[in-house]
Structure formats: structure tokens, C-alpha cells
Design a binder for this molecule. Structure first.
Ligand code: HGY
Ligand code: MN
Ligand code: MN
Length: 423
């Protein structure tokens, strides 16, 4: 690789201005964004990023579930070195979760195109539909269809928490594409993402070399009791669905306290009829459990469901549980992980290996090609919160590591030796 290539760097101001422009779409108080998957506002975000892809002269393709891939050179159809992430957000999202990976990928391609760099393999940047899984479950739904882990028809029939059907929402925003699902696998996939946790900042490290992703388990539990009068109903006559839901929230926290490495979250609680003077007839909650070891995660699922059964029975409440998502822990490709680490060190950055606590599209792409991730620090470890923030110099550092890793994987400068498996 010629020296000029290793000196190639992204344009920080161009990246920051695109992050700001995209962050204006669906902007909420506190500097965050709300662009739930396939809402009108998500459609506007998609349209803006697609317009930037067209401006760069990329070949832009949309598949049957609305995943969008921009490829350079536009006339190359062999397997690309791909980067990307998501631009859908949670309702209290930050401007960087997912968006950084897509816009840094766009910035990498623009830098390569402007420099006239030739690569043995084409480069691509993608954004995947409904990575968050907040509106439609499971999360990583788009990349799962892209990688052949979920049939397109099943994905299209998915019903949102607000009752909308995915296929109809996809049509409404105009992203029903023709690129076949599953897609032909890329040559490799590297995703830049904010850490969303406290580790890099606490250790003063700039680049996270992500080794893999912990397992994820999402369930919905629906408790059925009996609505009754809050004033007249003796306690021992009650079948209070809200009580069992609340006991489950506590049981999840207690289990994390006795299971090292387990995290558990009840993020949603809905009561019916949800009125001050009525004992709740029905309660539905979600339980998110995660752990790096699949056996521990499976045992945690079993334990919670067993405890829920006992608590429901004691209150004369019945319950139904349904699985919303289940992903086993993933280990990224050692060669690509090693390349990320090598490049970070060559760029003079502090780097450390760590597993991801959050789910990402890269963990799904890892099923079909060598994949790895690059993390940048999150200020105060905050994410899924409008206050989510990463320093500009860290954004720039991450994007430059992504640039160099992709050039080496793609055999830049006609240097075929680099076009191997990232060695
Ligand atoms: O839930 C997650 O880990 C990701 O934000 N979809
Ligand atoms: Mn994300
Ligand atoms: Mn997220």
C-alpha cells in the first residue's frame, strides 16, 4: 500500500455536517432524535441518506424489506467490502446510535472516490431496516432478512407495538425494493458504532476493538387477572395482574444480582384498563435478558418463567409468554478483529478489546461473511437517551480506522496481497 494511501484521511467537518443534517430529522428536546422504524420521519431520514448516496454516484439498491445498499464503483457487481449500520432510532434516541456507522461509511466512500483510489474489490455502505426492534420485534430485523435468518414474508407480516403492519409501513415510506432477499453475501462487513456503555471513557481509550456480541433474549408476558373495584374488593379476593407484573420487574432485578454478567430490563408495562380505581384485569410487560454465555442466558430465561408461574398462581392470575427475539452470543472474525486493532494502533490511538453489550447488524452479517466492529467512546456511557454524545475527535478517529480497515480488506492501491481475509 503506497504511503499516500496510508495517509488518506476522512473529512471531519463533512462527517459532522451530515450527522447534524440527519440529526435535524426527527429532532427531539435535549439534542436527540426520534425516528422509529418505517414511520414517516424514518422515511425522511432514508430519503436524505439516499440522496447523498446518489450525489456520490453510488449504485443504490433497495431490497424487499427496505434495506438500502450503496456500492462503488457503481458498475461493479462482485462481492463488496461492506460497512453500514442503521438510521432508525428508539423514541428517546441519540444522534449517533447507528447514524454514525452509516454516515462514516458514506464519508469513507466519498474520501476514496475523491482521492481516486482504486480497490481490488468494490466498497459498499448500507443501512438496514428496523435495527432497533423498538417498534417491530425482533431487533436487527432488516439485516436478519438480508442474511437469510428470517424469511421476507414473515418480516413483512410483522405487527408493530402500535398495530401497524410492516409491509404497509414499508410501502407508505416508498422503500419496497427489488433487490432479492437474502442478499448475496458481502466479502466482509465492518461496522463503526458508539460503545453506548461506560468502558472506553472510564479507561480513556479511543478505539474499541469489538470481539463479539452478548446473547439477547426478549419476551413479552401477558398477565390476565380480574378487573374489580379498588375500594370494595377485599385483598384476598383480588386477582391483580398489575401486582404480578410488578413482582416480575423485581424478580428480574434480583436474578441479575445473583447471576454475574446478566443484565435484565423490563422496558414496557401496559395495564388494562389502566385506571386509578380499577384493579388491573390485564398487564403486559417485556423482559430483555442478556449474557455472554448462552447456557447462562437460557437458564436465566427458564428461572424467570418459573418464578413468574409461581407468582401468577399465588395471585390467581394466568399468563402467556411469547418470544420476541433470541440471538446467541456472536464472536467476530479473528482476522478482521486483528486488523481493526492493528490499524487503530498504527493510527496512534489507544485501543482495547471488548464485547458489545448492545445488539448490532454486524452480529447478523457475521453469519454470512467475516465481520467485526469498531467502537468509539460514549460520554458518560449514555445511550438510548437524547444526551448520547461522542467527541468529534473520537468520531474522526473511528471513521479513519474504518477507512483504513476497509481499504486493506478491499485490496486498495491494486495491492492484491491486502485483498485477502484482512491479513
Ligand atoms: O437492543 C439493542 O441492543 C439494539 O439497540 N437494537
Ligand atoms: Mn445501534
Ligand atoms: Mn440502539
Amino acid at each position: 500500500v503506497t504511503t499516500s494511501l496510508t495517509q488518506l484521511r476522512i473529512d471531519r467537518e463533512r462527517l459532522l455536517s451530515r450527522l447534524d443534517a440527519l440529526g435535524e430529522i426527527g429532532a427531539i428536546d435535549g439534542g436527540g432524535v426520534c425516528r422509529l422504524a418505517l414511520t414517516q420521519i424514518d422515511g425522511e431520514g432514508r430519503d436524505l441518506v439516499v440522496s447523498w448516496m446518489h450525489d456520490l454516484g453510488l449504485r443504490v439498491e433497495v431490497d424487499g424489506v427496505g434495506n438500502v445498499v450503496g456500492t462503488w464503483p457503481a458498475d461493479r457487481f462482485d462481492a463488496p467490502v461492506m460497512t453500514g449500520s442503521h438510521i432508525d432510532t428508539v423514541a428517546t434516541g441519540g444522534r449517533f446510535d447507528g447514524n454514525l456507522g452509516v454516515l462514516a461509511g458514506l464519508e469513507v466512500l466519498e474520501t476514496v472516490i475523491r482521492a481516486g483510489v482504486e480497490t481490488a474489490r468494490p466498497l459498499a455502505v448500507a443501512f438496514f431496516t428496523n435495527e432497533e426492534g423498538a417498534r417491530f420485534a425482533p431487533d436487527m430485523l432488516g439485516s436478519l432478512v438480508f442474511a437469510g435468518g428470517l424469511p421476507l414474508e414473515v418480516a413483512l407480516d410483522t405487527v408493530a407495538i402500535d398495530g401497524a403492519v410492516l409491509a404497509e409501513e414499508l410501502d407508505r415510506v416508498g422503500y419496497v425494493g427489488t433487490l432479492p432477499c437474502p442478499a448475496r453475501p458481502p466479502r466482509a462487513f465492518v461496522e463503526l458504532h458508539i460503545e453506548q456503555g461506560p468502558i472506553l471513557e472510564a479507561e480513556g481509550v479511543t478505539i474499541g476493538v469489538v470481539t463479539g456480541v452478548q446473547g439477547i433474549s426478549w419476551h413479552e408476558l401477558v398477565f390476565s387477572g380480574q378487573s374489580n373495584h379498588a375500594g370494595t374488593t377485599p385483598i384476598d379476593m383480588r386477582h391483580d395482574a398489575a401486582l404480578v407484573a410488578a413482582l416480575t420487574v423485581v424478580a428480574v432485578r434480583r436474578l441479575t444480582e445473583t447471576t454475574p454478567g446478566l443484565v435484565g430490563t423490563v422496558g414496557r408495562i401496559d395495564l388494562h384498563p389502566d385506571l386509578v380505581n380499577v384493579v388491573a384485569a390485564r398487564a403486559s410487560i417485556t423482559v430483555d435478558l442478556r449474557h455472554a454465555d448462552d447456557d447462562v442466558l437460557t437458564e436465566a430465561e427458564r428461572t424467570i418463567l418459573e418464578q413468574v408461574g409461581e407468582m401468577a398462581a399465588a395471585e390467581g392470575v394466568t399468563f402467556e409468554s411469547s418470544r420476541l427475539a433470541r440471538f446467541e452470543p456472536v464472536t467476530f472474525d479473528p482476522a478482521v478483529v486483528g486488523l481493526v486493532e492493528q490499524v487503530a494502533v498504527e493510527h496512534g490511538h489507544t485501543a482495547r478489546r471488548l464485547a458489545s453489550g448492545a445488539g448490532h447488524d454486524a452480529q447478523i452479517l457475521a453469519r454470512v461473511c467475516p465481520a467485526a466492529m469498531i467502537f468509539t467512546p460514549s460520554v458518560r456511557g449514555i445511550s438510548h437517551n437524547p444526551a448520547e454524545y461522542t467527541e468529534p475527535e473520537d468520531l474522526e478517529a473511528g471513521a479513519n480506522v474504518l477507512l483504513d480497515v476497509m481499504l486493506r480488506l478491499a485490496g486498495a492501491g491494486g495491492d492484491q496481497s491486502r485483498g485477502g481475509d484482512g491479513s
